[in-house]
Every structure is written in C-alpha cells, then in structure tokens.
Design a protein around this ligand. Structure first.
Ligand SMILES: [Zn+2]
Length: 414
C-alpha cells in the first residue's frame, strides 16, 4: 500500500500524559470518574485535541465527544474510539489508548497524505465505567438507542438522582436520546484497547484480536432475618440473615469454579443491618456477578445461585429476594476482524485471538454495526489499578494496526 503510516511516540506519550494530569488529586492513582469535574475537563481536553488535529468536533447530547474527518466520497462512515473516564484510583491506559490512538491515526494519515473515502468518526464515549448509580457504557447506550430512561430516577447514597447528576455536568437528560447515531451508514467500528489481562504478555504477542466480549449477569440479593440479642438468643432460635448471605458468597465462588473455561463469579459487596457485634443480623444485602462468553452457562449459574440462596435462607428461617441484570455475550464481526488480522500480518506483528472478560462500549456498538476490537498487552495483566501499564512501543504497534485496519475497511465498497 502507498502512504507509510508513522505514528509519533512523542505525541502519543504527551497526549496520554495530558489526560493523566486531569485527575482527582485527593485519590491515589488516577481518578477521572464519569460525572466528576476531572471527567468534564478530560472530555473538554479531548474536544480541543480533536479540533487541533482538524476534526469537525462537538460534544453530543449524551456527553460523547465526537470528531469527524471528512472522506473523499463521504456518506459512508468508519468509526473508532474508546473512553477517557476511569474507575476510582485506576490507571492511565484503560480507554485512553483507544482515544489518543485514534487522534494519532488522524495525524499519521494527514502526514502520509492519506485521505479515506469514508468519513472517519472518532468517539470518546461518555461514562464507560460503572458510575455511582450502577450504570456503565452510558454514552454508547445512548448512541445506540438502548439507554433505559428509567435509570434517570435511580438515586445515589445522598438521595440525588442520576438525571440530576447528568444535568450537573451539562447533559440534559431530556435530550440524551437525540444522540442516536445513523448506524445504517457505518460500515465498521474498530476499538483499540488494552487487554487488562495477562495473556498477550505471557505469549509475547503484540496484538490481540477479540472474538467475543463477555456476557455479565449482575445480581442483588436481599436477605431478611430477625434482629435478636446475640448473647441470649440460642443458636437454634436465630434467623441470621448474615449467615444466609455468607453461604451464598461461597456459592458464587463454587459455581464459577466449576464453570466453563474463562467463567468468573465475584461478590462485590455485602452489607449487614444492623452491623453490630452483639446483634443477630436482621437484613443483609449482597451484590455480585457472573461473567462468561457462554450465555447458556450464565442462565444455569443464575438458577443454581438462586437455589443455593434459597437453601441457605430456608434452613435458617430467612427470606431471600434476588434481582438480576443480565447482559448477553457479544460476538464481534468476523469480516471486520479478518481485515484487522490481514492488517496485523502485513505489518509483521504477532497476533493472538482471545475473548474479552471486560465490558466495552464495543459490545453495544456491535449490536448496530460490524465491530472489531484490537488489544495491546497490559504489563503483569494489571488494570483498574494505579499499576496499570502498557509499554509505549506496544501502544504504537496498536495504533499502526488500527490505522491499517481502517484503511482495509475503507477499501471495501458498499
Ligand atoms: Zn475500558
């Protein structure tokens, strides 16, 4: 192919460092959670960078930062991007690599004199990480028209609604759904992201081609027992909601351990009421999740856990109610992934196929448009922590792979 793409390591390092400076300094690591001041500043800085590299850029009604590089033919679009929000005390690469990488692709295309036929759309999706209202991928849900407006009434611990929290950062909840994208004009979406796991590093591989994104079944279980004096109530006369919850925590681990390859089960929190050493627990709330790319197993795991929770409760005279929020696994597009595979081979980079155990905006986009994901290695497999790191050389290889994949997608006539 003509036009040699040469991403600049200096520019990429500088862009990543500029985002890293926009953090809540009261927290260890890097904290730019959605709905916070640093996140507003982060998305404003991405908007400014998009304009600097010549994109026609704006922030849409759902808080997504969207920049367009016009194509020679126009009308049809290719899309790339990721997110710049973080978990509390997270790192400097999760999401950022896909946004900074997309901007560098634009600069490298310009320098190489490459004009695509398609419009190239770069997106920094709003609120990818789970926020304090328990919702993730807010921007990509709105862009794909699946944002559940009932979420706007969910309250945080201070009794403030999600809708009010959005309004406070300049997002009008009433017009959010106006950001739904014309997906019938998008021929491919390709997201560059860090692996967040150890497989690429272990195998000494540069690029991961993602076959599927995990399904996630999140649950909330409420156990109801009886409050009693811990010193005078015999062990055979108690209805201890805490013990029923504890038994269910271990069931989550047991079920996931006996699941298929890659299955995960995690209890993310348990609260006892009252939380007093001399009172038998009256109520316990437990939150957790199962993950797998096998949807059938997820349904089985849900049923098995529900019956374990019922058993742990019934034997103790405790009641239990469970709520599930399932999200199906998503297979990514074979033909776009094949274009990425050829691009990686042409560049002489090593590759491996893997599935993503983490959630991504790409899972939502994949429901509307042919979608692929490229992973670059995470040192030590660490992520969602301050130690999260990806070597700059690996980021650059990922950007080269993204650029070549987009050029291949551009060459497909529809
Ligand atoms: Zn991410």
């Amino acid at each position: 192919m003509d036009g040699v793409i040469a991403p600049s390591a200096d520019r990429v390092r500088e862009d990543l460092a500029a985002l890293a400076r926009l953090t809540d300094s009261a927290q260890p690591g890097w904290t730019r959670t959605a709905l916070s001041e640093p996140d507003v500043a982060g998305r404003e800085s991405v908007l400014a960078r998009m304009r600097e590299v010549g994109l026609d850029a704006r922030i849409d009604p759902a808080g997504n930062v969207i920049g367009v590089r016009r194509g020679a033919r126009g009308g049809r679009m290719l899309m790339t991007g990721s997110h710049t929000d973080t978990v509390p005390s997270g790192g400097r690469f999760d999401g950022m690599v896909g946004v900074v990488g997309a901007l560098e692709v634009v600069r490298a295309f310009d320098e190489a004199g490459i004009r695509l036929d398609h419009d190239l759309v770069v997106v920094d999706f709003f609120g990818e990480e789970p926020n304090r209202f328990g919702l993730s991928c807010v921007g990509s849900r709105a862009l794909t028209g699946v944002f559940d407006t009932a979420m706007l009434d969910v309250l945080d611990e201070e009794g403030r609604s999600f809708g009010d929290a959005l309004a406070a950062v300049g997002i009008d909840p009433a017009t959010m759904m106006a950001s739904t994208w014309p997906w019938d004009r998008v021929d491919a979406f390709i997201e560059l992201h860090i692996e967040q796991g150890p497989m690429l590093e272990h195998a000494g591989t540069s690029i991961g081609l993602v076959s599927s994104i995990t399904g996630i079944s999140r649950f909330r279980a409420l156990f109801g027992g009886r409050r009693d004096h811990a010193g005078t109530t015999g062990m055979d006369r108690r209805a201890d909601a805490g013990c029923a919850a504890a038994g269910t925590v271990l069931a989550v681990e047991r079920i996931a351990r006996s699941g298929p390859d890659g299955a995960k089960g995690t209890t993310g929190g348990v609260t006892f009421t009252p939380a007093a050493v001399n009172v038998v627990t009256e109520a316990a709330e437990m939150r957790g999740e199962f993950r797998s790319i096998d949807d059938e197993w997820l349904r089985t795991a849900e049923e098995t856990l529900a019956s374990c929770a019922a058993e742990e409760s019934a034997g103790r005279g405790v009641t239990v109610e469970m709520e599930w929020l399932p999200q199906a696994p998503r297979r990514l597009d074979g033909s776009v992934t094949e274009m990425c595979r050829r691009a990686v081979d042409d560049l002489g980079l090593s590759r491996a196929e893997l599935f993503s155990g983490a959630e991504h905006d790409a899972a939502f986009i994949a429901a509307r448009s042919p979608t692929a994901m490229l992973f670059v290695p995470s040192v030590g497999g660490r992520s969602h922590c301050p130690e999260e790191w990806t070597e700059l050389d690996d980021v650059i290889d990922g950007i080269r792979a993204l650029a070549e994949s987009l050029r291949r997608a551009d060459a497909v006539r529809r």
